[in-house]
Design a protein around this ligand. Structure first.
Ligand code: GLN
Length: 307
């Protein structure tokens, strides 16, 4: 298939949709981002890469980082991780508090904020220090993207910390239920730093290859997790990766995918390729409006869906 031609077609068709929606202005540093931007990258397991738009422009990966910390924690804790966080879709927005109270401080899944906070807490405990844990998170992201220059944007994490009332509430609520080992503020701070990782669609699509290939990077041969663990991460991405719009994403796109409020989305075609798309204006669920549509078009044109 001529993937470059497919991407060019999508790029032309998506133009009228760019800027529709709203950038994540609840994080002041992200409210300044130009909503018209767009990029789409794919890379096959053989390393053939295709791009359109601003594919080298870095943006804030935000909740896409939850995928990477989930991988690290699953590798460390294996099944015992699920004693602290579930694998059911929540049907609620990513930063919702209500369900957490009803369910005694155990988050539904690792991709809503509460679940991601528990995962980050588990990494801080394992590495016995928040800085060390964050170094491991950055190191892992650099390895899977095969790019040692990747870093985070302290302006974004500081800006989020200054306005992080909801995430602090989630962390304190979980602490009250004994589902957080470390100081809530330290956990939230580390979580905001992982969210502030700066990457392009080119780097993110590359970072998805281990999930397309049973946990082993097909280009470097590095083994990160086992095939069963990879299947589980992909399953949770499919069922929970887009919060209360996960059903709709599975329905229209039909690929394991994870979104972030920076406007990025990553997706995987198991056995074939890593995908990443970016456009900062978000729909009402906090997922990229044009990005979601572009992925839908990609699946329609390429026939690459897991269904
Ligand atoms: N850092 C953001 C938050 O915690 C991440 C949310 C997201 O990308 N959906 O609110």
């Amino acid at each position: 298939m001529d993937y470059q031609a497919v991407l060019e077609e999508i790029y032309a068709e998506i133009q009228p949709e760019l800027g529709r929606g709203k950038v994540a202005d609840y994080i002041p540093a992200l409210s300044k981002v130009d909503p018209q931007q767009f990029a789409f990258s794919i890379i096959t397991e053989k390393g053939e890469a295709y791009h359109v738009g601003d594919a080298q422009k870095n943006f804030s990966i935000q909740s896409i980082s939850k995928l990477f910390t989930f991988t690290l924690a699953l590798d460390i804790y294996s099944k015992s991780l699920y004693e602290r966080v579930g694998v059911e879709p929540s049907g609620t927005p990513f930063n919702s508090l209500v369900q957490l109270e009803y369910e005694h401080g155990k988050p539904r899944n690792p991709f809503i904020n509460a679940g991601a906070l528990v995962i980050t807490d588990s990494l801080i405990s394992h590495y016995q220090d928040d800085y060390k844990a964050f170094e491991k998170i950055i190191g892992f992201i650099r390895d899977i993207a095969d790019d040692q220059s990747i870093s985070f944007d302290p302006e974004v994490s500081t800006s989020e910390m200054e306005n992080g009332y909801r995430n602090l509430s989630l962390a304190h609520l979980m602490k009250s239920f004994d589902n957080l080992d470390n100081d809530p503020r330290t956990v939230v701070q580390t979580y905001f730093k992982q969210c502030a990782m700066s990457m392009s669609t080119e780097k993110l699509s590359r970072a998805m290859l281990y999930l397309a290939n049973g946990g082993t990077d097909p280009l470097t041969g590095k083994k990160y997790i086992t095939p069963p663990q990879t299947r589980r991460i992909n399953a949770v991405m499919l069922t929970c990766g887009h919060y209360d719009a996960s059903g709709e994403f599975a329905f229209h796109v039909g690929l394991p995918g994870k979104s972030g409020v920076g406007g990025g989305i990553v997706a995987v075609v198991p056995g074939k390729m890593g995908i990443s798309v970016w456009s900062p204006a978000l729909n009402k669920y906090g997922n990229s409006h044009a990005g979601t549509l572009a992925l839908q078009k990609f699946v329609e044109k390429s026939g690459l869906s897991i269904f």
